[in-house]
Design a protein around this ligand. Sequence first.
Ligand code: ATP
Ligand code: AMO
Length: 469
Amino acid sequence: LPVSAKLEELDSWAEGQTLRFIARIHHVRNVSAKLAFILLRQRTVTVQSVLTVRENAVTESFVRWAEHLKPESLVFVEAVVRKAPEPVKTCNVHDYELHIESMHSIVEVDEALPIDVYNIDQVEENPETKQVELRASNRMRTTNRIAYLRTPTMQSVFRIQSTVTNIFRSVLNERGFTEIHTPKLQPAATESGASVFPVKYFGRTAYLAQSPQLAKQMCISADFDRVFEIGPVFRAEDSNTHRHLTEYTGLDLEMAIDRHYHEALDMIDAVFKAIFTAIYRKHSKELDLIKTRFPHEDLVWLDHTPRLSFKEAIALLNESGWTDDDGKPALDTEDLSTRAEIRVGQLVKEKYGTDYYIIDKFPASARPFYTHLDEEDPAYTNSFDIFLRGQEIVSGGQRIHDAATLADRMRKVGVDPAAMEEYFQGFQWGAPPHAGCGVGLERFLFLMLNLGDIRNASLFPRDPKSLQS
Ligand code: ATP
Ligand code: AMO
């Protein structure tokens, strides 16, 4: 027998089979001097085990010893698989239980954990709002992180996160992209609107990269043709929202284009469809577990992702009678507010029946200096965002590749070309037309899985209030 059986494969074992495995004590229910029910947990699985006195095998003193093991202790168990006489409601394995033959402690936990791992994910109805809410506060989840990460829900979330980055990487590798690793210490800021973290750098100031934007474009100037990066992104935004982190994982791509910036849009659209398909194909068990804590409908996407122009999205919004906090309709010359974005998401769902869609041709005022203007209407740009369940998961578009146009645009929006000398040089030395985009990994995942808060999609979340070791 293998030393540690995987309890996730319990369905495939026959009744009567003996398993040897390592698990944590989840909860001990002491029934009598001769009988205890010990809930065991191994990663995503909780299962009931039965410890009962049997001649020549289990003694009363053994039962007493086992009953004193504290939750979270690690034990090595030998047990026989049996059908449960009635469904075990307190575990996520309902149909089987394990009859313990022997048990040894490997690591005993003396202290009770500051949170109850078993209950932290429990949801209950808030009597005031009638909404189903999580019992423990988000702060509690952030500060007791290791315990929280042990929950079956979080184990499931991060398995799915791993699939997302694997698929992003493998689809782009298949399509001729080169994976790159660009410096996170930068000489200047790149994204307008978002602030940067300054870092002391040998007598001068460097900045933590707000995006691999400049570096990925420099790779295009350097003839890499198609590049992608999975790496950290730093934003010094004092935003205590459910969807902003100060450090997140960016999934970025950049590519030379033949005719149209929609080649980059088609690329990321294909990547997302591969990601959705892989999540639903590979992770049905994890999704079921996540749904018990974060109930949600499966994502709906279409073979042909609807593409609305920014003007069309604004028209859809205003036709629905939407107004901002001052009672005014939305303007098609300004970026959408979060509230407007969410409403557009509902309207798109009603009209097209999808949770996943594209808005194209954003106004120039809403985009950074490197964005290529729309030649037919320079108040707009060749740029897009992708939305999931009404919130932005991707920004991207065509970049200015002509040095003179770029210098002119930088001057107009008050960016100093001298601070980006090397970047700028790439265009003076001739860069091909190109386009690209960036996805926020945690942003995508928390919206995809309805985790309610981006912190639930980040292992050790960084926000303006938390900087745990
Ligand atoms: P971008 O790609 O432009 O960075 P983003 O989704 O990361 O988009 P921001 O552009 O910083 O976020 O802001 C988008 C929306 O998020 C804004 O419309 C704003 O309403 C909302 N937002 C940003 N910061 C806050 C905040 N501190 N409190 C509430 N809402 C915020
Ligand atoms: P943008 O600033 O829109 O674009 O960022 C790209 C994507 O990153 C995610 N994101 C965030 N996630 C968590 N916390 C934050 N504070 C945060 N800010 C942004 C979102 C967003 O869509 N250089 C461009 C991309 C490009 O054009 O290639 C950029 O950084 O999912």
